[in-house]
Design a protein around this ligand. Structure first.
Ligand code: ATR
Length: 267
């Protein structure tokens, strides 16, 4: 049976094994997918041993995405731009191919929600790894992007890198232009501490839809709770993005695209 896994630390919370088992069943693919706790010190040796023992591919989650990127032999364009890898595939010649399916997962989920028309204005809050992973697919979907970040230099650096692919502006969180954004996406890590960024209430009033790249089981994420408080009518957390990135990884490995809708209904 072909072997796959998700590597992270911590990893017990990962939904990926459940998601990929459902995909395998649905598409009648014979594979085994487990969660593995990576060792902070010996991650590279562990991962190479996993592939040497015959594994076909894996997902990579925090804190190993940049290290997996460094370890791989070849990279997709979106992975090169993100400088981080969430999916590895062993190629027939034994080398490791790195991809980043996070952005494709977000785009698929926005399409599923009916929130992605060409030439929309999107406000992305944050300019860290999460933002880097999704900018290329959003720009390729012809979105006009404003990245607002606490540290302006990080946003400026991203804009310089991604400007060849589309329209991207940057600002700090306190001077976001007051205009209608069709979509506001939270890509900061603040939700992990139970917090959210503060933005001008006038921006909330004009917002189309609100998406949090984080997700939370059973309760609203802090960002979705704030959006509701501010009167948002259309909002979603990032669970669909998680399932979407998994579907794109599954496609890379197995050449068949699973249907995410039955899984989202079930979970
Ligand atoms: P990730 O991989 O989750 O994106 P990251 O690369 O550390 O994590 O990025 C975290 C993002 O959340 C950054 O945009 C960060 O802003 P800075 O670039 O200014 O650090 C943002 N963030 C974290 N804590 C924040 C806070 N207290 N206020 C505003 N933004 C914050």
């Amino acid at each position: 049976m072909d072997k796959y896994a998700v590597w992270g630390n911590p990893i017990a919370q990962s939904k990926s094994p459940q998601i990929h088992r459902v995909f395998a069943q649905q598409t009648q693919q014979n594979l085994d997918y487990v969660a593995i706790l990576g060792d902070e010190q010996h991650f590279e040796q562990q991962l190479l041993a996993f592939f040497a023992e015959g594994a076909k591919g894996c997902n990579i989650t925090a804190p190993f995405k940049e290290r997996a990127f460094q370890l791989a032999d070849q990279h997709s364009e979106r992975c090169l731009l993100a400088q981080a890898c969430n999916t590895l595939k062993k190629l027939p010649d034994g080398t490791l191919y790195a991809d980043n399916t996070d952005g494709a997962g977000l785009v698929s989920d926005l399409q599923r929600l009916g929130w992605l028309q060409p030439h929309q204005s999107i406000l992305i809050l944050g300019a860290g790894g999460a933002t880097k992973g999704v900018l290329l697919p959003l720009l390729q979907a012809q979105q006009r992007i404003t990245v607002a970040n606490r540290t302006l230099s990080k946003a400026t650096e991203l804009a310089e890198k991604f400007r060849p692919y589309g329209e991207i502006q940057v600002c700090t969180l306190d001077v976001i232009p007051v205009q209608k954004f069709d979509l506001i996406i939270n890509a900061t890590s603040l939700g992990l501490q139970g917090k959210t960024v503060a933005i001008d209430p006038a921006i909330w009033q004009q917002a189309g839809a609100v998406y949090d790249m984080q997700y939370s089981k059973g309760a609203d994420t802090p960002f979705i709770a704030l959006a509701k408080q501010q009167g948002a009518q259309h909002y979603s957390d990032g669970f669909g993005m998680l399932v979407g990135q998994a579907a794109h990884a599954f496609y890379l490995w197995r050449g068949v695209m699973p249907d995410v809708v039955p899984l989202l209904d079930e979970l």
